[in-house]
Design a protein around this ligand. Structure first.
Ligand SMILES: [Cu+2]
Length: 101
């Protein structure tokens, strides 16, 4: 019984350590990938790979970054399921969506 519990705990810890981080790159005034599917508990990281500042703001205000200078990044942990459209408020046509399963 005890052995089983320790094995379960080890699996749990390994799972937590391996929680995936998904990268979204901003460049050419677009997000890539523009639509990203992740699982609940995973992390999305937006990185500004452009030569001008960008930011990330969910349309429903579920997340918002500060201004990301070139090279800057912003992380958000996807805690609940749903579809989260977002945009860069500096370039409103620079839209994307995170879908959390
Ligand atoms: Cu922008």
């Amino acid at each position: 019984m005890r052995k089983f519990s320790l094995a379960a705990l080890a699996l749990l810890l390994a799972g937590a350590a391996n929680a995936a981080t998904h990268l979204v790159l901003g460049r050419g005034a677009a997000w890539s990938p523009r639509r990203l599917e992740v699982r609940r508990g995973e992390v999305v990281e937006w990185k500004n790979a452009d030569v001008v500042p960008h930011n990330v703001r969910s349309d429903a205000r579920q997340f918002a970054s500060k201004t990301l200078e070139p090279g800057g990044s912003f992380k958000w942990k996807a805690a609940k399921r749903g579809s989260f459209p977002y945009r860069c408020t500096l370039h409103p046509e620079m839209t994307g969506a995170i879908v959390v399963r």
